[in-house]
Design a protein around this ligand. Structure first.
Ligand SMILES: *Cc1c(COP(=O)(O)O)cnc(C)c1O
Length: 400
């Protein structure tokens, strides 16, 4: 694999994101297999994790739907060939106008606050709406991504169900789905199942449901010793509970999920070249031709992406701090054991499929990297590296 990645770095340049479709397909199949006891399962891939249109096409070929958080993601999905009924729109804090525009496209709307719910229901009582419930369950590996807790801005609190029901009754709107997304990085299946019970309790109060959406937050391992969500166990336990619920509800509902990270994180690597090896009094720095403009997760979340020197994989291990070329602190890793690094070596960052390219920026007026997809064993360029024209594209020069 190292050799293949080195060839990609020399053919397409660095830095570059490389994704492997086989890993994505395997993860998708793993998830659907885990829930094979559920008659109607719908996996809606969360576009924001990795939104390249070729990746969306790959998901379409697998029979996946899409989970979107902006009208632009909806448009990307439509452009990739998804039918509107295979897209769910789960925004947070967007305008009524944007929600109406997405509804006009025929996409399933998911509303997460009572104010918009009342306005939307009053104006469009016939458009089916899903509601996002906040079960107030603490789950998640990082406070930035724990979205189910009491002070979270996400979802309609379960404590507000009486008011929610009153709005639904008054507007005569049609609630066809119920949803939760308790945050990324679910460590504990029991916590997830507990939140699911709250969702079932809530679901009972709505008579016209077609689906229950359990969101996502499946954890994948980043560093050695990390645990990952046991999808097979979750599948077994939740399927059983879901099927029991459907029986008591009197209808075969669809069980929906909307994973991002689980489906694409491990499929991706980020390749960058070492510009400088710099020794200070205490540290050996390896400085790469990138920074948090291309991969912000270590700085934003403290994420630990495994780093491999693919130019010298058999070399003696030494300790390095891997940093970028941005003119402020941009540390990817501190005091990390890596095979001996020389200037010009290519470092490979693992788990770079999810929330990496999609969070990249032009800070320091640098170009965003290229993206390559290995499909059927062959590398395909799926996004060109930016050029100077891209930096200037929307700037308007006035005479001063
Ligand atoms: C981001 C997001 C997801 C995907 O979360 P992952 O942790 O990447 O699986 C799913 N649903 C909603 C509503 C989201 O905002």
């Amino acid at each position: 694999m190292s050799k293949k990645l080195l060839n990609i770095a020399s053919e397409f340049g660095s830095p570059v994101y490389v994704y492997d479709s086989e890993t994505i397909i395997n993860q998708y199949n793993r998830l659907t297999k885990a829930f094979s006891n559920v008659k109607n399962l719908k996996v809606n891939y969360a576009v924001k994790a990795l939104s390249n249109i070729s990746i969306l096409r790959l998901f379409k070929s697998l029979g996946s739907g899409l989970d979107t958080v902006s009208i632009q993601e909806v448009q990307l999905g439509l452009k990739a060939g998804f039918k509107p009924e295979h897209i769910i729109y789960t925004p947070n804090g967007v305008s009524l106008e944007e929600i109406e525009n997405v509804a006009k496209l025929g996409v399933q709307i998911n509303i997460d606050n009572l104010s918009i719910l009342e306005q939307f229901g009053t104006k469009h009582p016939n458009i089916p709406v899903c509601i996002r419930i906040n079960p107030h369950v603490m789950a998640g590996g990082n406070t930035n991504i724990s979205v189910g807790h009491i002070d979270s801005k996400f979802g309609i609190s379960i404590h507000q169900i009486p008011l929610l029901l009153r709005i639904v009754e008054n507007t005569k709107m049609n609630i066809n789905g119920i949803h939760m997304h308790t945050g990324s990085d679910i460590l504990d299946i029991d916590v997830f199942l507990y939140a699911s019970e709250i969702l079932f309790e809530t679901a009972k109060q709505f008579k016209n449901l077609e689906f229950i959406d359990f969101g996502s937050g499946f954890k994948v391992p980043y560093k050695e010793g990390d645990i990952e969500t046991n999808i097979e166990e979750l599948g077994k336990k939740l399927s059983k509970r879901f099927n029991e619920f459907c029986k008591s509800y009197g209808k075969e509902l669809t069980l929906a999920f909307e994973p991002g990270k689980f489906l694409v994180s491990q499929s991706g690597v980020f390749l960058a070249k070492v510009n400088v090896v710099k020794q200070t009094t205490s540290t050996v720095f390896a400085q790469i031709d990138s920074g948090f403009n291309h991969l912000i997760r270590p700085m934003l979340y403290g994420s630990q992406h495994e780093i491999i020197n693919i130019t010298n994989p058999g070399g003696r291990e030494r300790f390095y701090s891997v940093v970028g070329y941005i003119c402020e602190t941009d540390t990817f890793a501190n005091n990390r054991r890596i095979n001996e690094i020389k200037e010009g070596d290519i470092l490979c960052f693992k788990n770079a499929g999810a929330y990496c390219f999609t969070m990249a920026s032009n800070y320091n007026s640098r170009y965003r990297p290229a993206e390559v997809l290995i499909h059927n064993g062959k590398p395909h360029l799926i996004r060109k590296r930016e050029t100077f024209e891209d930096i200037l594209q929307n700037q308007v020069e006035i005479s001063i």
